[in-house]
Design a protein around this ligand. Structure first.
Ligand SMILES: NC(=O)c1ccc[n+]([C@@H]2O[C@H](COP(=O)([O-])OP(=O)(O)OC[C@H]3O[C@@H](n4cnc5c(N)ncnc54)[C@H](O)[C@@H]3O)[C@@H](O)[C@H]2O)c1
Ligand SMILES: [Zn+2]
Length: 360
């Protein structure tokens, strides 16, 4: 069992990481104040794991809400449906929401918990690698709007995060790799020792070796927790967590959020950020090669793609919310483990980087 503390004063909580904890009452019950529990899961995850989580909630009055699978359900319509269910019961202010699933379930269930009666308790039980190392930690909740992804939301920290590594056994390899992009990201941002550990242990992680996976999730959550502790509401250092994301969002937009998984786009985006840093002379060719090799070994894309042109990527980047006076603020690196926020790079170096990875 690994335990990571997120220290945010009276909003502090623990992230519990172990194999087979989804049915342990002692992991849940002490953190549930009232008698009512509202469990949100999706049509794919519920048949796999909901009965076991329910078994851990003995004695509570449990309501289940099963939503469809897919990013499209992260909408205000789904949230409204949840609010209606909550009000019909009706849930009181001591009720607890449990989010059982990947980042989509976590974000929308978290949003419902954040809004219902101005905020009720939330427990995250993330079941994808991405949600275990990233979205379930840090309190960002929200839904998509037709005019922008994740544009409607709120900060609402969970009371506890329960990571059952056994659930990764049913996740497909491509989704697992996508989560690894965020894992590798923590090493590149802030943690050169973890990056090096990954270089030595990536094969064991990819084979789901229990202790390697547990350590990977623990270190990732520690890194995220330490950044969130310094800057809970993203007014400064938390922006570093967007390494690879401005490039990545441009790829996701160019491909209509269909053919590339978020983590895949972030992986190539991170490599673009590293390449631009290298063109600027901020990291060495050797460091750039190490990042590329690690991403490849995690099953992530690193090669130029025909799915988009450099012009489309640049247009999309200029529409990103991080643009100030026509200059795109990017997260770049001054070494592995030393990410910086910068708009101090040459535009021709950016153009060159985009052309290197895009189709013309
Ligand atoms: N709140 C944050 O800080 C934050 C951070 C990063 C990403 N996000 C959000 O997270 C979402 C992406 O999360 P995701 O990658 O987990 O996607 P997801 O929730 O769509 O899960 C990916 C797929 O895996 C399935 N799945 C989940 N657990 C499984 C399991 N144990 N076995 C088999 N299949 C399983 C899901 O049903 C889905 O089909 C996006 O909406 C993104 O915006 C939020
Ligand atoms: Zn991400």
């Amino acid at each position: 069992m690994k335990n990571v503390h997120v220290g945010l004063g009276d909003r502090s909580y623990s992230i519990r990481i172990d194999s087979g904890i989804r049915n342990r009452s002692q992991e849940f019950l002490p953190w549930i104040a009232g008698s009512q529990v509202f469990v949100v899961s999706n049509e794919f995850v519920a048949p796999l794991y909901l009965a076991e989580v329910r078994a851990a909630l003995g004695g509570k009055e449990v309501t289940e809400v099963i939503i469809q699978d897919g990013e499209h359900v992260k909408s205000l319509e789904t949230a409204t449906m949840m609010f209606s269910r909550m009000l019909e019961i009706p849930l009181d202010r001591q009720a607890t929401v449990i989010a059982l699933g990947g980042g989509v379930v976590g974000d929308i269930a978290g949003f419902a918990a954040a809004c219902y009666q101005r905020g009720i308790a939330l427990i995250q039980v993330p079941t994808t690698l991405l949600s275990q190392v990233d979205s379930s930690v840090g309190g960002k909740t929200g839904v998509n709007h037709p005019l922008g992804k994740n544009m409607i939301g709120s900060f609402h920290q969970p009371r506890r995060v329960i990571v059952d590594t056994e659930t990764l056994g049913t996740l497909d390899t491509r989704q697992f790799s996508a989560g690894m992009a965020e894992v590798i990201k923590y090493g590149v941002i802030n943690d050169p020792d973890f990056f090096e550990w990954l270089e030595h242990n990536i094969d064991a992680v990819m084979e789901l070796d229990q202790s390697a996976v547990e350590y990977t999730i623990e270190q990732s959550c520690r890194n995220k927790a330490s950044i969130v502790e310094q800057d809970e509401r993203e007014s400064g250092v938390r922006a570093l967590l967007n390494l690879g994301h401005t490039f990545g969002h441009a790829i996701e937009t160019a491909t209509d959020y269909r053919s590339w998984l978020h983590g895949e786009a972030v992986a190539l985006g991170m490599l673009m950020a590293a390449t631009l840093s290298c063109v600027q002379g901020w990291i060495t060719e050797l460091e750039l090669g190490r990042i590329q090799t690690l991403l490849e070994r995690a099953g992530l894309p690193t090669q130029p793609s025909r799915d988009f042109s450099s012009d489309t990527l640049k247009e999309n980047m200029l529409r990103d919310k991080k643009v100030q006076q026509g200059r795109i603020r990017l997260i770049l690196c001054r070494g592995i483990g030393r990410a910086v926020v910068s708009d101090d790079y040459s535009m021709s170096a950016l153009d060159r980087t985009l052309r290197e990875f895009a189709n013309g």
